[in-house]
Design a binder for this molecule. Structure first.
Ligand SMILES: NC(=O)c1ccc[n+]([C@@H]2O[C@H](COP(=O)([O-])OP(=O)(O)OC[C@H]3O[C@@H](n4cnc5c(N)ncnc54)[C@H](OP(=O)(O)O)[C@@H]3O)[C@@H](O)[C@H]2O)c1
Length: 262
């Protein structure tokens, strides 16, 4: 199968890390199928990518938290005969504060997007992915996946789900052509809310913060090499290793302190 005719599906591609991932793929002449919320700036992203790159780009504006959305994305790819050999589950939302202060709608939105959409998109595309000689699933998790995160308890837990889901699925797919990779950045300067909150965080949070294009470069390079887990940036990797050797209770206290002002 000529891989030049294949497509990479990226969710949440209108801005932030998703847009940077699309740019990184475009540089490598990978055709794109981009998905994001309606009126999210997706059309502008597609136009700018198409002007700068000789690739084919398809897009679909859809709210992935809607019950039938993952299936509709799959159906769109099938009906347009898009050969998806790379699936990037990037769309995800945060949520900050004590759990009891979050609305049920916010809680539902985080779970529906971060867990349900990621899982069902993987489910629908999996058997098609296995038909390619080489195929990839790249799941954008977070550094928060490794640690219990006070005041970000739901978000962090959804990212831990993505970590364990990715590792287990990768093991399940051993011997097939599909590799599953999870990516674990700490702070990434994407939307203005994150940029603003990163001004007030501790030194630990500051030195582990990266630009979206740096994260995208690490992610796409690692995905193509078939890495299981990517922790982008030397400082984040240092804390990842440190976290594996110091006691859990201590980590929870450090994390609570490091991000107390966000
Ligand atoms: N930024 C960080 O510090 C950081 C750190 C670690 C991990 N991450 C993870 O990286 C991923 C991307 O984060 P980001 O900071 O780049 O986010 P972002 O700038 O807010 O972009 C998120 C993208 O997802 C789309 N999206 C949101 N809700 C959606 C929905 N219901 N259906 C379809 N698309 C939807 C957004 O569309 P709209 O433009 O319409 O909202 C946007 O294109 C997330 O999974 C996040 O958890 C981020």
């Amino acid at each position: 199968m000529n891989s030049k005719r294949n497509y990479c599906l990226i969710t949440g591609a209108s801005k932030g890390i998703g847009k940077a991932l699309a740019e990184e793929c475009a540089k490598r002449e990978i055709n794109l199928f981009l998905v994001a919320l309606p009126k999210s700036g997706l059309e502008e992203t597609v136009t700018s990518l198409a002007e700068k790159n000789q690739i084919d780009i398809k897009f679909l504006s859809i709210d992935l938290t809607k019950k039938d959305a993952p299936k509709r994305v799959y159906d769109y790819a099938k009906s347009h005969n898009l050969k998806i050999d790379k699936l990037i589950n990037n769309a995800g939302v945060g949520g900050y504060g004590e759990m009891e202060k979050q609305s049920p709608e916010e809680v539902d939105n985080i779970i529906m997007l971060n867990i349900r959409a990621t899982t069902l998109l993987t489910y629908y595309f999996l058997s098609d992915l296995q038909k390619f000689p080489k195929a990839h699933i790249l799941n954008i998790s977070s550094f928060a996946a490794f640690i219990p995160f006070p005041n970000k308890s739901i978000y962090a837990a959804t990212k831990t789900y993505i970590l364990f889901f990715s590792r287990a699925l990768n093991a399940e797919l051993k011997g097939t052509s599909v590799k599953v990779t999870s990516v674990h950045p700490n702070g990434v300067k994407t939307n203005s809310r994150i940029k603003e909150s990163l001004k007030n965080v501790s030194m630990i949070a500051k030195i582990t913060t990266l630009e979206a294009d740096t994260v995208a470069r690490y992610a796409i390079e690692g995905m193509i090499k078939g890495k299981k887990l990517i922790v982008p940036g030397w400082a984040t990797r240092f804390f990842y290793i440190l976290g594996s050797i110091i006691p859990y209770g201590f980590i929870v206290r450090i994390v609570g302190w490091a991000f107390r002002k966000t």
